[in-house]
Design a protein around this ligand. Structure first.
Ligand SMILES: Cc1cc2nc3c(=O)[nH]c(=O)nc-3n(C[C@H](O)[C@H](O)[C@H](O)COP(=O)(O)O)c2cc1C
Length: 213
């Protein structure tokens, strides 16, 4: 993809209001989009999230009712709910250090400094008081990653925060799992009649939002 194509993909992307319910994302394409979530970066690499791909039409209807009746919830090809951990525990940190040790072949003892650093920050430090917000921030990075990847693939998306997170938690049986709904992303193909597809982008001038020092 050259620079012109990259910029035009970014211009082409818009928050799709009306999806064509008859068009589905192919399995190969979906695998790439799924990996864009898995490969998203997170603070310390902790990945305090779960991505729930809701395929069941009945559950999608219930979620739509809990999302200001936005039609993207039911009409999009794929619907991903981003959920994050309510708490980060000592066990979470140990599991993560063990994963690092297994994947990179480094003895866990050698990672003790890293383990203690995370513990002192997220579990016992000042950030433990805002840990739910901290985890939610990580989810928004994944949201950005999947939307950007989709745009490069000419697949449409709509991020959704217009939803009732606690109603979602009940519908998705998240209560008691340690995870809570943050937001969602609908993915698929725009409907030919979505007027927003041709609306001009409303953005402040670059000089106003990008500062060089
Ligand atoms: C975190 C977040 C939540 C959003 N929630 C909704 C939503 O619930 N429904 C919707 O139609 N658009 C939603 N949007 C889309 C924004 O309104 C849209 O991105 C913004 O107006 C800029 O337009 P553009 O994305 O088409 O360039 C959301 C966007 C973000 C980033």
């Amino acid at each position: 993809m050259n620079s012109t194509e990259l910029l035009s993909a970014l211009q082409w992307r818009y928050a799709t209001k009306k999806f064509d319910a008859s068009k589905k994302i192919g399995a190969e394409d979906w695998k790439i989009l799924e990996q864009s979530l898995v490969l998203s970066p997170s603070s310390y690499g902790l990945q305090p999230w779960k991505f729930i791909v809701v395929q069941n039409p009945e559950i999608r209807s219930q979620l739509k009712a809990a999302s200001w009746n936005q039609t993207q919830v039911t009409d999009a090809s794929h619907y991903v709910v981003l959920a994050t951990k309510e708490k980060i525990t000592e066990q979470d940190v140990s599991d993560f250090i063990q994963l690092n040790s297994d994947v990179r072949g480094v003895p866990a003892e050698k990672l003790k400094g890293y383990h203690d650093l995370i513990l002192a920050d997220l579990v016992n430090g000042p950030r433990s008081a805002i840990i739910e917000t901290w985890a939610q921030r990580q989810a928004y990075i994944a949201m950005g990653f999947i939307m950007e990847t989709a745009a490069m693939m000419k697949i449409d998306t709509c991020p959704l925060e217009g939803l009732d997170p606690s109603a979602y938690d009940a519908i998705l049986d998240l209560k008691g799992t340690g995870f809570k709904t943050v937001a969602a992303v609908a993915l698929g193909y725009r409907h030919g009649e979505d007027g927003y597809a041709h609306a001009k982008k409303v953005r402040y001038p670059t000089e106003k939002v990008v500062q060089y020092l």
